[in-house]
Design a protein around this ligand. Structure first.
Ligand code: NAD
Length: 359
């Protein structure tokens, strides 16, 4: 028997939307949440896809996530805005905050958006892609609070901050933006969860156990005393994680993860986004030709042994979208959690399977 189910994207959206509606979300929220999560799966980032929805539903039921919130302007200073998310769904708050920032960037040429107090905003590339679709260059720095720290500082042996993602996105006339979207840790925590659910080991140099020894066992992140994830790129990645923490957490007023700031155990993201309208930068008329020529030059590098092609950021996700357009594989542990989450809000298991086209 296969250890996964395959669900068509449209059916998966309907399934997750039905669970959101049953847990109190309005139609718009259910649509934004389900589209966002399914696009993460389509992009190959199962860690930030529908496997998150049982956690969201549990958070709604335990009042750690508020349904039907809207992004509220806490500061309106023209090109600088601060948005408070009221602990609403990050998929809605993120979408609406970025829409506001897009309008400001078009007006002023640039917008600095400081977003605080949002529940999990998911795959940060989603926000970079939203800006790129509007013709804007953007960069995003994110921290995570109200959850125990996961990542050890360079030279440390226990976790002191989270996987603090960084994203930069550049629009392209062919609709294929350059999107760098990465955790500053060696791996996203969701990928450790997926490895644990699949009974697999994580790649080498990813985790340490509670004594600081290297390990490939994902269970160290769940069993006490807990291990930690390593930052990517040794002292450099570690320092970029600190920059993301300060830009997003300290500047927004949302807070950093320092001592005690994880007691509420409900995943909260703060994000600093800078959006630039490249058309408003003097001399930038030909920047997209320059970008295309540069990327052609880079990709023409003769490949190293065993490598088929030099890729640029954003290409792997686009390829996975094409591959998964006909069906998204979901591991059975995640699928069973989704079915159980549906049942917890009154959607019978049979109905979840029917919506997913699995009956
Ligand atoms: P990853 O390592 O899979 O990819 C990182 C980047 O590298 C991507 O932009 C990808 O396009 C690019 N890439 C991959 N292979 C490449 C290649 N061969 N050549 C060139 N570029 C290549 O991503 P990750 O670090 O595991 O992050 C996964 C997701 O987790 C991201 O979407 C991130 O936003 C998300 N995340 C979210 C949070 C949160 O709190 N919301 C926290 C951490 C991570």
């Amino acid at each position: 028997m296969a250890d996964y189910v395959t669900v068509a994207p449209i059916a998966l959206r309907a399934t997750i939307a039905a669970h959101c509606l049953a847990s109190g979300s309005n139609r718009r929220e259910a649509a934004l949440v389900s589209e966002n999560l399914v696009l993460a799966n389509l992009s190959g980032h199962d860690s930030h896809g529908v496997g998150m929805s049982p956690q969201y539903i549990a958070a709604v039921r335990e009042k750690r996530l508020s349904v039907n919130q809207s992004a509220k302007l806490a500061l309106d200073a023209g090109a600088l805005i601060t948005v408070d998310g009221g602990m609403g769904y990050g998929q809605v708050i993120g979408h609406d905050a970025i829409e506001m920032a897009i309008h400001r960037a078009r007006q002023f040429g640039v917008c600095v958006l400081s977003l605080r107090n949002s529940h999990h905003v998911g795959r940060i590339g989603h926000w970079g892609e939203q800006c790129a679709a509007a013709g804007l260059v953007s960069t995003h720095y994110v921290n995570v609070i109200n959850r125990p720290p996961l990542v050890a500082p360079f030279g440390g042996s226990d976790a002191r901050f989270a996987t603090n993602p960084y994203c930069a996105a550049f629009p392209s006339p062919d609709g294929k933006p350059l999107v760098l979207d990465m955790a500053t840790s060696m791996t996203a925590m969701g990928k450790v969860r997926v490895a644990m659910n699949k009974g697999e080991q994580v790649p080498p140099d990813t985790l340490i156990d509670h004594q600081g020894n290297p390990t490939r066992d994902p269970n160290v992140m769940w069993n006490d005393p807990k291990g930690a994830i390593l930052a990517f790129g040794a002292h450099k990645g570690y320092s970029l994680a600190l920059v993301a923490e300060l830009l997003s957490g300290a500047l927004s007023g949302g807070g950093t993860i320092r001592d005690g700031n994880w007691q509420r155990n409900t995943i909260t993201n703060n994000m600093l986004s800078i959006l630039i309208d490249p058309g408003k930068l003097g001399g930038a008329e030909s920047w997209q030709d320059e970008m295309a020529a540069f990327l052609r030059w880079v990709k023409a590098s003769p490949t190293a042994p065993g490598v088929e092609e030099v890729l640029v950021a954003g290409e792997p996700e686009r390829r996975t979208r094409a591959e998964r357009a006909g069906g998204i594989p979901i591991d059975l542990t995640s699928w069973n959690e989704i079915v159980a989450a549906g049942e917890s809000v009154g959607v019978k298991a049979d109905e979840t399977r029917r919506l997913a086209g699995l009956n």
